[in-house]
Design a protein around this ligand. Structure first.
Ligand SMILES: [Fe+2]
Ligand SMILES: [Fe+2]
Length: 147
């Protein structure tokens, strides 16, 4: 078992994995490989956004009262989901994938530079406890997707 990590570290590891998958997609030489990578990436991102929406963002908003930041982040999730829906129809569309990468990069930077530092300063936000909840919900969602 890896050492216990807080919610921000857990979420940021998922960001790093998504970045690696964007690179793998660009490096893929054939359409089958692109389809495989796109499918893993889209599923990972959907699960990641869902656990943020269900668990992390509400806890963040309760602790910080920073509603504008949560609204902006939620809007970016919506934009990403629309692109993912299009990619699921056409996973070998490299231009669409680049658009998604742009949106996700911007969004991840906001979380890293604004939301996570604010979360770590917030009083009464149990980031270790949240990590356990995020992990549990992720496992549930991954199992449901795999079924
Ligand atoms: Fe995130
Ligand atoms: Fe997010």
């Amino acid at each position: 078992m890896p050492q216990q990590q807080d919610a921000c570290t857990l979420l940021d590891e998922e960001h790093n994995k998504a970045m690696r998958l964007f690179e793998q997609y660009k490096a893929a030489h054939d359409d089958n490989r692109k389809r495989l990578v796109a499918s893993e990436l889209c599923q990972d991102l959907l699960v990641h956004m869902q656990i943020e929406d269900e668990i992390f963002y509400p806890a963040f908003q309760r602790a910080t009262s920073d509603a504008p930041l949560v609204q902006e982040s939620t809007r970016e999730h919506k934009e990403a989901r629309e692109l993912i829906a299009k990619l699921e129809q056409n996973p070998i569309d490299a231009r669409l994938m680049l658009e998604l990468e742009d949106v996700i990069l911007d969004h991840v930077n906001d979380e890293r530079e604004k939301m996570f530092p604010e979360a770590r300063k917030a009083k009464g936000l149990d980031l270790m406890g949240l990590a356990v909840q995020l992990e549990a919900r992720r496992s549930e969602l991954m199992a449901a997707h795999a079924a």
